[in-house]
Structures are given as C-alpha cells and as structure tokens.
Design a protein around this ligand. Structure first.
Ligand code: HEC
Ligand code: HEC
Ligand code: HEC
Length: 90
C-alpha cells in the first residue's frame, strides 16, 4: 500500500513537469502563416524525436534559420514540401 502511494505521488510529479507538445503550431510572419502539424510529424518520423530535438524533447525556438535548414532540409530528403508557398500561406 505504501509503495502504491509513492508510485502515485511519483506519477503525479512526472505528469506535472513533462511538457506536452501541442498538436500543431502556427508562425505568422511577413511571408505568410506557417502551420506546423507536430502530431503528424511525430508519426511521420515514427517517433524518432531526435530528427528535430536534441536531447530530451523541449521547446524549440523556430526561426528562419531553423525553418530553412532543419524543416526544409528534411523535406528535401524525405520528399516533403519545399516551395515557399507550401509552407508560407497568405
Ligand atoms: C519534425 C520535427 C519534430 C519532431 C519529429 C518532433 N518535434 Fe517536438 N517540437 C518540434 C518543434 C518545432 C517544437 C517547437 C514548437 C514551438 O513551440 O513553436 C516542438 C516542441 C516540442 C515540445 C515542447 C512543447 C512546449 O510547448 O513546451 C515537446 C515536449 C515535444 N516537442 C516533444 C516531442 C516528442 C516527444 C517527439 C517525438 C515523439 C517530438 N517532439 C518530435 C519539432 C519536432
Ligand atoms: C524529419 C523530417 C521533417 C522535418 C524536420 C520537418 N518536416 Fe514537415 N514534413 C515532412 C514530410 C515527410 C512531409 C510530407 C508528408 C507527406 O506528404 O505525406 C512534411 C509535410 C509538411 C507540411 C505539409 C502539411 C503537412 O503537415 O502534411 C508542412 C506545412 C510542413 N511539413 C512544415 C514543416 C515545418 C514548418 C517544419 C519545421 C518546424 C517541418 N515541417 C519539419 C518531414 C519533416
Ligand atoms: C519547409 C518550410 C519552409 C519553406 C519551404 C520556406 N520557408 Fe520561409 N520560413 C519557414 C519557417 C519555419 C520560418 C520561421 C517562421 C517565423 O519566424 O515566423 C520561415 C521564415 C521566413 C522568412 C522570415 C519572415 C519574417 O518575418 O521574419 C522569410 C522572409 C521567408 N521564410 C521566406 C521564404 C522564401 C522566399 C521561401 C522560398 C524560397 C521560403 N521561405 C520557404 C519555413 C519555410
């Protein structure tokens, strides 16, 4: 019984500290709004978080460099969208 209580306490603690990613994120900028479907991308890479995250998955500051290097770079390799308007929608 005591073990069970400790287990529950631990699980609650873990649940409270691990960040959960949203299903999708949008970035508005001068070139047009980008919608990044995080959930679909997780499935696409078959759960290999390291394709985008270094170490334990946490927030990434998505900027132009990340977008045009990591996002677009993988799209070139995996036949994802690479045209400006594929990502940037007006
Ligand atoms: C295709 C790239 C990509 C893959 C694959 C990916 N992520 Fe992410 N993830 C991102 C980006 C980009 C962000 C930042 C989104 C933002 O805040 O603008 C992010 C954010 C997160 C966050 C932080 C959420 C927050 O707001 O604090 C968590 C947690 C996370 N991802 C977990 C995962 C896990 C777990 C996996 C693997 C099962 C995974 N991600 C796979 C790109 C990816
Ligand atoms: C590890 C590889 C990988 C990374 C990194 C990646 N993508 Fe993708 N993405 C894909 C693939 C593969 C597709 C195409 C899937 C298809 O056509 O079935 C795709 C499709 C898309 C699409 C089309 C809509 C959709 O979700 O199907 C958008 C928009 C997109 N990605 C935006 C982004 C953005 C923005 C980032 C960076 C924050 C990013 N992607 C990072 C692999 C990746
Ligand atoms: C794979 C997706 C993708 C493709 C393809 C792509 N971009 Fe981007 N781009 C991004 C992301 C992600 C950002 C950063 C978003 C942000 O900071 O709001 C960005 C940022 C930018 C910015 C900065 C906007 C600002 O206000 O700071 C410009 C300009 C831009 N892209 C132009 C282009 C042009 C031109 C092309 C085609 C040659 C292109 N992009 C193709 C994903 C992409």
């Amino acid at each position: 019984m005591k073990k069970l209580v400790i287990m529950i306490a631990l699980l609650t603690f873990v649940g409270a500290t691990v960040a959960i990613a949203a299903d999708s994120y949008t970035y508005e900028n001068s070139k047009g709004t980008i919608t990044f479907n995080h959930k679909a991308h997780q499935e696409r890479v078959k759960g290999d978080c390291a394709k985008c995250h270094e170490g334990a998955p946490a927030k990434i500051a998505v900027n132009k460099d990340f977008g045009h290097t990591t996002c677009k770079g993988c799209h070139k390799e995996m036949n994802g969208p690479t045209k400006c308007n594929d990502c940037h929608k007006k």
